[in-house]
Design a protein around this ligand. Structure first.
Ligand code: B12
Ligand code: SF4
Length: 520
């Protein structure tokens, strides 16, 4: 690997930037900036010095970026970005860079530049993009720019030459993930990144144990970004990475940030065996699929639970059978019901995820989803439900192409345009104005479907008062749903406004307490 080399000279500095995601509540979901951490680690191994500036944990992002460049001109500045909000912060940072140094190469990478390469590259504030996995490409690119070379020969990059967009050859994906070194956690201030485990409020850190997924859900980026392939770290490496976090940072709760952890069932068993051997007494949150559990016995669920996998995040997506088929979810509602019953008999907590507002979805279908959410919660006291997300057509997904080609929807064609594509807003031009409003209403009120989630959200001095208000509102909400009365809902704008204020105040007060592990 390109980073496995011994370098005696100082190769200079690389600046990596992680903008706000739009879902950033310090101490709750500001997790490790994994993209920058993985890239920073290989750059450091290859002989570069790395600085990571993360907008989510600083109050002076632009000033920090400008200061870093003034202190020492980096070889390049790399910006990591998903579609939407992160682009906004990325552009702000890029402007700050340009003011200090108009010629510094600005490199964009991550999910958005990979899936929308042309519109990203066309922007004045972008010189080069890196498509897909960045570890090898970024080291090669830094070497090339440092020596004043031409990036055209480097696989995986896009660049501009005489105003024209050019792309280097295809960059194959790394086959054996174990060659990627464990993140150098000292690149960041770790005490800023403890999130909280939902059921216990324990300090939690995140790991990646695999990349990609063998399924083809039509709303997901995996088909294009990971070419529908599943690659994983060995069981030994996974358990060693988790043990490292436990031993060095004192956490007992882990969040697995994989696309599909369960892609290789034999590996899952091996991980469980190793964790049981080490007796670490962990609380591990992990994304899962219904069909993985459907094919398995309560014995396997019990083993998962004993090994620490006590919280499963399961995307159910819809309460409509027809819709599940259409989006290629590859499981039925009856299978969901059966797995829900299996989980009810175990000690595992399941958090279900749903979406509303798919193309052609009408009010009845949205209500089928709401009814199904309540059915699952009723049948299983160990289950919770995330708010019904507003379906968002992300570029690179099959449903995005269908929305354009079948439903005639149009989407932004500039980087600036994509920066306003906020997942919490309704970005679905294919919905009628009435259905669009209805979906936003359901998304808002579904925040209150799970009492436990609300309790956790208001874990402060005002809790008794807030929970009293919650009980009153819950009763009113159930009555509304039973009567199917959705015309006059003044609470919707009120809830959204209050939530925005609450989250921003909470984020700021938590940020000012940097240094303390939440829950400790
Ligand atoms: C963690 C996570 C989050 C966290 C992120 C913050 C954090 N660190 O705590 C939170 C919870 C805030 C979040 C929020 C959301 N997320 Co999210 N998230 C993820 C998740 C699970 C892991 C991301 C990660 O860290 N991966 C590990 C790192 C190593 O991989 P990576 O980021 O891809 O980086 C590699 C390459 O992309 C590249 N690279 C990345 N940056 C850069 C920069 C440079 C300069 C270079 C050269 C290369 C490069 O190199 C890296 C190493 O190989 C991914 C799915 C996944 N498994 O990747 C979804 C994912 C990124 N999220 C997604 C979505 C849709 C969302 C949400 C809308 C909520 C939702 N409904 O899920 C929001 C809002 C974000 C938005 N798009 O506006 C989509 C993104 C689709 C898109 N087109 O952007 C993904 C792909 C999930 C999916 N299956 O669809 N998310
Ligand atoms: S939604 Fe989940 S199961 Fe479906 S393709 Fe994406 S990662 Fe795989």
């Amino acid at each position: 690997m390109v980073w496995e080399r011994s370098v005696s000279e100082d190769l200079g500095k690389v600046l990596l930037l992680y903008p706000n995601t739009g879902m950033d509540v310090f101490g709750i979901n500001v997790g490790l900036p994994l993209s920058c951490l993985y890239l920073g680690t290989v750059l450091e191994s290859a002989g570069y010095r790395v600085e990571i500036v993360d907008e989510r944990v600083t109050r002076s992002f632009e000033a920090d970026v400008a200061r870093s460049i003034r202190e020492e001109r980096p070889v390049l500045a790399g910006i990591s970005s998903m579609t939407g909000m992160q682009i906004r912060g990325g552009l702000t940072a890029a402007r700050a860079i340009r003011e200090v140094d108009p010629r510094l190469p600005i490199v964009w990478g991550g999910v958005h530049p990979t899936l929308c390469p042309d519109s990203t590259l066309k922007h004045d504030l972008c010189n080069i993009i890196v498509k897909g996995e960045g570890e090898i490409t970024l080291v090669e690119l830094a070497d090339c720019l440092r020596q004043g070379g031409d990036p055209g020969q480097i696989p995986g990059v896009g660049f501009k030459k005489n105003g024209e967009l050019k792309y280097g050859p295809y960059r194959p994906m790394i086959k054996e993930l174990d060659v990627i070194p464990r993140p150098h956690y000292d690149l960041i201030e770790m005490d800023r990144y403890f999130t909280r485990a939902p059921s216990t409020d324990q300090a939690q850190l995140q790991v990646v144990t695999s990349r990609g997924c063998p399924y083809d859900c039509e709303f997901c980026y995996n088909l294009k970004f990971n070419e529908r392939r599943f690659r994983s770290h060995s069981a030994g490496r996974v358990v060693s990475d988790i043990t490292y976090l436990v031993e060095h940072f004192g956490v007992k709760a882990i969040f697995i940030e994989d696309d599909y952890f369960f892609g290789h069932p034999r590996r899952v068993e091996e991980i469980c065996d190793l964790l049981l051997e080490r007796n670490l007494d962990l609380l591990i949150q992990v994304p899962c699929r219904i069909d993985y559990l459907y094919k398995r016995s309560s014995k396997m669920l019990d083993k998962l639970c004993r090994a620490g996998f006590k919280e499963l995040w399961i995307g159910i997506e819809s309460g409509s059978e027809k819709r599940l088929k259409e989006i290629m979810k590859r499981n039925t509602l009856d299978q969901v019901r059966e797995v829900n019953r299996l989980i009810a008999e175990s000690d595992v907590y399941a958090k279900y995820g749903f979406m509303a507002g798919f193309p052609n979805e009408d009010r009845n279908e949205t209500l089928e989803t709401v009814d199904f959410m309540f059915e699952l919660l009723k049948d299983n006291p160990n289950a919770g439900s995330a708010p019904a997300a507003i379906y968002t057509p992300y570029p690179g997904t099959t449903l995005y192409d269908k929305a354009r080609l079948v439903h005639g929807a149009s989407f932004p064609d500039t980087l600036e345009g994509w920066s306003h594509f906020h997942f919490a807003e309704n970005n679905n031009p294919f919905l009628s104005p009435e259905q669009s409003k209805f979906v936003t209403k359901i998304n808002t009120i579904s925040r209150f479907f799970e009492r436990r989630a609300f309790e956790r959200f208001c874990n402060n001095r005002l809790k008794p008062l807030l929970m009293l208000m919650y009980s009153g509102y819950y009763w009113y909400l159930r009555l509304r749903l039973r009567l199917r009365f959705f015309r006059f809902m003044p609470e919707v704008p009120l809830i959204r406004a209050l939530e925005r204020v609450y989250i921003s105040l909470f984020h700021r007060t938590q940020l000012s307490r940097v240094g303390k592990k939440p829950g400790n």
